[in-house]
Ligand binder design. Structure first.
Ligand code: AVJ
Length: 337
């Protein structure tokens, strides 16, 4: 058997309790989007990916279908690390290309759901003879260091536009951290949704069938169940808008009336004014310029920005900037975003 799985989630639900305590005691209430994804949330997200309005998944798949062989050739990767691997549908395109190129040895999926890592890991072992699968059950914001530094060329992929969930400073910190885990011959592959007509972006986060609204409210069900809270999800309205200044989508839940919510496990009571909003997600959209500035700030050097024919989505390949001279005091110059 070439499947090993290590878990770093000590039953603390990926820090949900602290995130809820922090988020709901702030002057502007907020919950981090990583808590959308319990079983119901993951299923709703899969349905979002199939919606006619939600273009990112199809656009990214089109790029991978067209360019995985080029990515394999450019990276020569022996190891593919997938951050937020899910069902590995997109990882498979990369794995097939790396296998065909003859360099593939290891797949390292990192995800919060152990069950998913085990089932997809076993399926991949069967489909790619000789492949080593080393699953990591954890939160890539906290457990990235468990990857260690590689001996062989590593490709770290963060697909789907997940990087967009970080605020700008956290995004640069995260990219810098990933950069340190690449090793000298490593490459990072980041999926980014690109800036476009705001109406098109907003439609993708406020679909006609109301699936995104259900996905958004599901975070309240997660909190209810995990922390014995009494949110009434149906009393919150789904709000999604493109913030043109920051160039990100913001999703919020707006209280339809005054409410008092009890979160028993935290001994916390939270008041909502009528029409008060709770922020549940930001999803940043990128221009090539902003992306270049973020990569430079993280000491990563762009290799290529692959896009779909419509220019909706991008896959950025980047490498660590070569180490500076020991005596040099120069730093990478960030292009202003
Ligand atoms: C998984 C973060 C890439 O921001 O598009 C989809 C999540 N939220 N619809 C995104 C999401 C609402 C998605 N990411």
């Amino acid at each position: 058997m070439t499947l090993t799985v290590r878990s770093f989630l000590g039953g603390d639900e990926g820090s949900l309790a602290e995130d809820v305590l922090d988020g709901l005691t702030r002057p502007f209430k907020e919950l981090p989007p990583k808590h959308f994804y319990d079983a119901a949330g993951a299923e709703l997200f899969d349905r979002i990916c199939d919606l006619p309005e939600y273009y990112p998944t199809r656009a990214e798949r089109a790029i991978l279908e067209a360019r995985s062989d080029d990515i394999a050739a450019l990276t020569g990767a022996a190891e593919l690390v997938a951050l937020g691997s899910g069902t590995a549908a997109k990882s498979r395109l990369l794995l097939s290309a790396l296998a065909a190129a003859g360099t593939l040895r290891r797949y390292v999926p990192v995800d919060m759901t152990e069950e998913m890592i085990r089932t997809t890991g076993a399926a991949l072992c069967a489909d790619y003879p000789g492949l080593q699968v080393r699953g990591i059950v954890g939160d890539f914001e906290r457990h990235l260091d468990r990857l260690g530094v590689p001996l062989e060329p590593r490709l770290v992929a963060m697909l789907g536009g997940t990087i967009g969930n970080f605020t700008p400073g956290a995004r640069r910190r995260f990219l810098r951290h990933v950069g340190r885990l690449l090793g000298p011959r490593g490459t990072v592959l980041v999926g980014v949704d690109l800036v476009k007509d705001p109406a098109r972006i907003e439609a993708a986060y406020d679909d006609a069938a109301g699936i995104t609204a259900r996905f958004n409210r599901n975070i309240l069900r997660v909190v209810n169940r995990a922390l014995r809270a009494d949110f009434e999800p149906e009393q919150f309205e789904h709000v999604a808008f493109f913030d043109r200044e920051h160039e990100w989508i913001e999703m919020r839940l707006r209280a339809q009336r005054r409410m008092t919510v009890r979160i028993a496990d935290l001994g916390l009571t939270v008041e909502f004014a009528k029409r008060e909003e709770l922020r549940t997600e930001i999803s940043a959209k990128f221009t090539p310029r902003r992306l270049a500035a973020d990569l430079a700030a993280a000491r990563l050097e762009p290799v290529e920005l692959l896009t779909d024919p419509e220019g909706l989505f991008g896959l950025a390949l980047a490498r660590p900037v070569a180490a500076p001279q020991a005596t040099s005091t120069r730093h990478a110059v960030a292009i202003p975003a």
